[in-house]
Structures are given as C-alpha cells and as structure tokens.
Design a protein around this ligand. Structure first.
Ligand code: ATP
Length: 297
C-alpha cells in the first residue's frame, strides 16, 4: 500500500562550528571550520519519511530566494521528497547557528526567516486534503498547524511533534490525532515531572494517542483504552544525535501512511533513528529503508 504523507514545517540551513567551549556574553572565541548543512525539523522529517519508502512525501514549507533555499531543495529532492508546492517568500531562508562543544553539547540560535512567513496556498491545502498522514512541528506559526489540521480529510491523521517545546491552546489539542514528544516536552505539556507512563496518561486526557521518545531507551507508545507499550531502543554507538527526533517522526508518519499500527511504526522509526545517530549531520544522516533492514539482520 502506498500512502501519502504531507509534512508541514520548517526548513533551515544549519551553520555549525566546533568550539572549545560555548562563548559567554560579549566574548569572541575561535572555532573550527564552518559546516553548512540542510536541516530544520520539517525538512528533516520529510527526508526521513521519503527515505523510509512506502509513502509519497510532500514537503510544505517556505524558503527564501537565496542560495540556502537551493541547498535545501537539492537535499529534499535527493531523498525523493516532492517539493513542487514549496513556497518562496521575500525573507531569508531559515538559519540555525549551532556551536558544538567537545562534549557534544549543542548551543543553537534559530533565525526563522522564511519559516515565519508560511501561509498555506490553495494548492497546498488541496495536497494536505489528499494525505493519509499530516505531520507538523512548532518551528512554523501555530496558525499553520491549525490550518493543516483543518485541511485534512476525514480518516486522515494529524500528527504533531510538539518541538520546540511550547504550551498548546485548547483548539490545537482538539485538532490532534497523535502527539510525538520527547520526555522534556512531555513534562512541559503535562505541567509535571513524572515517569513516562504517568506523563503519557496525563497527555491522553488531551489527545487520543501519544508517543514519548526516550533517547537511547527507545519510546513509549500510549493510546486511549489500551495498555501502553514500551518499544526498546536499538543499541548503537551514538556519534551525533542531531535530528534523531525528526527522523523518528518522519519514519513513523510514513509507517502509519502505509498501514502499520502505531507500535509497529514506532519500532521502525526507532530502528531508523538509531542508525541516524551513528552518522554525523541531520538530513545527510537519515538512512534508507534498505539500510534499516540491513542493520536489523
Ligand atoms: P533530538 O532533539 O536529538 O533530535 P529528541 O530529543 O527529539 O532528539 P530522542 O528521544 O532523543 O528525541 O530521540 C528520538 C528517537 O531516536 C528515540 O526514541 C530513539 O528511538 C532514537 N535514539 C535517539 N538517541 C539514540 C541512541 N543514543 N541510541 C539509539 N537510539 C536513539
């Protein structure tokens, strides 16, 4: 079965420098060579959904009219993502300024640029209306999450990866079929610190299904009226965890679109995300379905 996934979200160029330590206010330090790589939660997830196979993936987002936009389009197209409906706006393409310290800790500033100007067009709304799964994140205006949810057809699933963390208004909660969050985002949304099972139970009061990602520990899949399921992590030597969450969300969306149940899709997503953390970069690290299959042997 070939499903349709539409990812409505951000695209950023990541400007990455290794630093001996993160600079304080007013300080200048020398870092290593600059790396310029395609990123942004929406674009990363779209690449992951497309590489997972079994679903046709469209990216709906806004880019500027600059060289960064070309870098992102090339990366999306290399992965097989449909980019025919990407908006081009009079603002610089989104950019993330990232310093990485020797212990692997990232400090990140995002200049949203074009991402903040996303306004769904009639053609984008129509593509969303044909999707089986619509996946959004919070690096675009919340109104675009609302618009994407409103455009989906009956029976299609609206999935929100609620990252970066922010509180959600009631109407957005009501529009969701599935929430994907890491433990920190889950605690923020539940307004409490607790074990993942308790956080999931609290979130299920607002949304029918929740997946909480647990880093190397895998994920927790929770649905109303069912026992929660722990999907164990896949043991790997992590090199760079950038984009692990985005890979997880994209592969999970593709799995749902081709008819897997939620736990099955989360298992596949965990295997792909584990492979992604063994490689540097965000989009460049996302494995294909064949690579995931090979790694499971
Ligand atoms: P990030 O912000 O780094 O992209 P995140 O905080 O959104 O990630 P995580 O829970 O850290 O999300 O990771 C998402 C998924 O990726 C996990 O559920 C797991 O399946 C996989 N994963 C992440 N880190 C590891 C790891 N070290 N080993 C194996 N799998 C991992």
């Amino acid at each position: 079965m070939t499903g349709q996934v539409v990812v409505v979200g951000s695209a950023n160029v990541d400007l990455v420098v290794d630093v001996p330590r993160h600079p304080g206010g007013g300080e200048t330090i020398l870092g290593g060579d600059l790396r310029r790589t395609p990123g942004g939660k929406g674009a990363n997830s779209a690449v992951a959904a497309a590489r997972a196979g079994g679903a046709e993936t469209t990216f709906v987002g806004a880019l500027g009219r600059d060289e960064s936009a070309e870098l992102l389009l090339a990366s999306l197209e290399r992965a097989g993502v449909r980019t025919d409906l990407v908006s081009r706006v009079d603002a610089p393409t989104g950019t993330a300024l990232i310093t990485v310290s020797p212990d692997g800790e990232n400090a990140i500033v995002v200049a949203p640029g074009a991402n903040a100007r996303l306004e769904l067009t009639a053609a984008q709304v129509e593509r969303i209306a044909h999707a089986d799964v619509v996946l959004a994140q919070l690096e675009i205006p919340l109104d675009m999450v609302r618009a994407a949810a409103a455009a989906r057809r009956p029976g299609a699933r609206m999935v929100l990866n609620a990252a970066p963390s922010q509180d959600l208004p009631g109407d957005v909660w009501d529009a969701l079929d599935l929430l994907i969050v890491n433990e920190y985002e889950a605690a923020d949304l539940a307004h409490t610190q607790a074990a993942p099972e308790e956080l999931a139970a609290a979130l299920l009061e607002r949304v029918p299904a929740v997946v909480i990602t647990l880093g190397a520990e895998g994920s927790l899949v929770a649905q109303r009226d069912r026992e929660p399921v722990r999907v164990p992590g896949v043991k790997v030597d992590a090199v760079d965890t950038t984009g692990a969450g985005d890979t997880f969300c994209g592969v999970l969306a593709a799995g749902l679109a081709r008819g897997l149940d939620l736990a099955g899709a989360a298992r596949l997503a965990g295997a792909a995300a584990a492979l992604a953390v063994t490689r540097p970069g965000a989009q460049d690290a996302v494995p294909t379905a064949a690579e995931v299959e090979e790694s499971a042997k």
